[in-house]
Design a protein around this ligand. Structure first.
Ligand code: FAD
Length: 491
């Protein structure tokens, strides 16, 4: 067995969360080994946020051009997927090559090891034949992979996940999308705007089921208006592939056929691969449970999707800042113990970075590390119209027994919505805690729903009193001015 190599920190999985943690800790002066088995940067830059938003930007340009009719004359629109595929391949992903990302990481001072990392007892990580002993901690940022439901015939068929959908160079004529969540809807709308005949099949009784029902309705109506067929409440029982076409069979006579099948039915962490049993952590859980400093257990932190706190890049980055501050606080404490004079080199560098991250307090003790708080977690589904949401939905708030007030207004009834005319579908829905006099949730749907959301995120995050929200000035005629109307309608 290889002799373990002593380092300060090992980060396993270098998606957005892991890469940020590894880079910042290395910049702070710790010896950091970052382990990645696929591409440094993870899902977001190569198969997620960035390429999907490149597709959506292009698809929305087509849709906006088609809206010229009735507003400003006539336009003939001819779509072409080639520039979209080229931009994703050449500009966004370097043809799915992470040379630049690896250099970005090593330039920050981290050491990079390509391979699968696995815990190998307390403080130890094994990557093939190499074993690292981490002095200050191990950070797991191993993310999630598509969760594929156990439907008869599916596993053996050449279905697409988000990877094939993002890498596609030649669009199929028709596409079945299994799953009507955010990713399914975003990709469905983008593809349909480029002429693909898209059919969405969703088992639940509405698309975008985690958001407000009104948001589901607007999203479904918008996609249908684009030509997407949407079938909800259909539990697929069987998938067939005859060599060229897919058929999904549901209960009774339900049957849908297309050239390609995209499976976007959620994502799951693969904890069984991480050697958690060697440190006494149950690997059969859905996600890695963490405390509010992202600690799984003493000396082990987790960051990003693997924690199950929300599968968003902004969550991974938010958590990364907390992990970095906490690891540095621990490193300082343990170095101070080992070197009572306080002159160990890591301490100075580490504390410099901790304070720059907002780990306030001059002591640098674990007590000064910010705690994770997800009350004001924003989420945006980048359909057209965009669906932004923060905090609790009405149903979630009522289930918690909160004395709920709801304020609702349609965007079309605002001045800006009226001016906008085509494509002005949307609304603002506010959820207030009447006893506390603050917003605890909000949904903002519209042409700039994700941007309008920012004001509502501040309101929920900072618990701004409703009285103050009512007496501030909203610029005229903006979309966000509809927030004022929704506040007026709170009851
Ligand atoms: C199509 C799509 C669109 C999305 N759009 C958005 C969006 O608009 N906005 C947003 O906020 N989020 C979006 N997301 C979600 C976002 O991509 C994720 O939340 C984000 O990538 C999570 O980062 P992470 O660091 O937790 O994990 P990941 O990005 O999943 O990275 C984990 C890394 O760990 C590696 N790994 C796993 N196990 C090991 C191991 N044992 N050893 C070594 N390496 C390992 C993997 O190879 C991977 O590179 C989207 C996702 C998809 C699929």
């Amino acid at each position: 067995m290889a002799e373990p190599e002593l380092v300060d920190v090992v980060v396993v999985g270098l998606g957005v969360g892991g890469e940020e943690v590894a880079g910042r800790l290395a910049e702070a002066g710790l010896s950091v080994v970052g382990v990645e088995r696929d591409l440094v940067g993870g899902e977001c830059p190569y198969w997620g946020c960035i390429p999907s938003k490149i597709m959506i930007r292009a698809a929305n340009a087509l849709a906006e051009a088609r809206r010229v009719d009735g507003l400003a004359g006539t336009v003939q629109v001819q779509s072409d997927w080639a520039p979209v595929a080229k931009r994703i391949r050449e500009e966004a992903t370097d043809t799915w090559d992470d040379t630049v990302a690896v250099r970005r990481l090593t330039d920050r001072g981290a050491r990079f090891v390509r391979g699968s990392g696995r815990l190998d007892g307390p403080g130890r990580v094994r990557v093939g034949d190499q074993v690292f002993q981490a002095r200050h901690g191990i950070v797991l940022g191993t993310g999630t992979r598509p969760s594929v439901p156990p439907i008869e015939g599916l596993a053996d068929s050449p279905y697409w996940t988000n990877h094939q959908a993002i890498e596609v160079e030649q669009l199929p004529e028709s596409l079945l999308v299994l799953g009507g969540g955010a990713i399914g809807l975003e990709l469905s709308q983008a593809f349909t705007r480029f002429g693909v005949r898209v059919t969405v099949v969703e088992a639940l009784d509405r698309v975008l089921a985690i958001e407000e029902p009104e948001a589901s309705e607007v999203a479904a109506a918008a996609l249908r208006a684009d030509g997407v067929e949407i079938h909800t409440g259909v539990r697929t029982e069987r998938v067939e592939h005859d060599g060229s076409r897919f058929t999904l069979r549901g209960p009774g006579a339900a049957e849908f056929t297309a050239d390609r099948l995209l499976v976007v039915t959620g994502r799951r962490a693969h904890l069984d691969e991480l050697g958690l049993d060697t440190i006494g952590v149950d690997a059969t859980q859905r996600y890695l449970p963490v405390d509010d400093r992202l600690q799984v257990t003493d000396g082990i932190w987790a960051v990003g999707d693997v924690t199950g706190e929300g599968a968003f890049t902004h969550i991974a980055m938010y958590q990364a800042a907390i992990v970095i501050a906490d690891v540095l606080a621990h490193a300082r404490k343990s170095d101070a113990g080992a070197d009572p004079s306080g002159t160990a080199s890591v301490v100075g560098g580490a504390m410099g970075a901790a304070s720059s991250l907002g780990a306030s307090g001059s002591s640098g003790s674990a007590g000064s590390v910010p705690r994770a708080d997800y009350r004001a977690l924003p989420r945006v589904t980048f359909t057209d119209p965009e669906i932004g949401a923060v905090g609790l939905t009405e149903q979630q708030a009522r289930k918690r027994g909160i004395n709920v007030q709801v304020g609702f207004t349609k965007l079309g009834s605002s001045t800006r919505g009226w001016i906008h005319r085509v494509g002005d579908e949307g609304f603002i829905k506010l959820i207030a805690d009447a006893d506390q006099g603050v917003l605890i949730g909000a949904t903002s749907v519209g042409p700039a729903g994700g941007e309008v959301l920012s004001a509502l995120v501040v309101a929920v995050h900072a618990a701004v009193p409703l009285s103050q929200l009512r007496h501030m000035i909203y610029a005229y005629p903006t979309f966000h001015r509809a927030i004022e109307d929704a506040l007026r309608n709170l009851s």
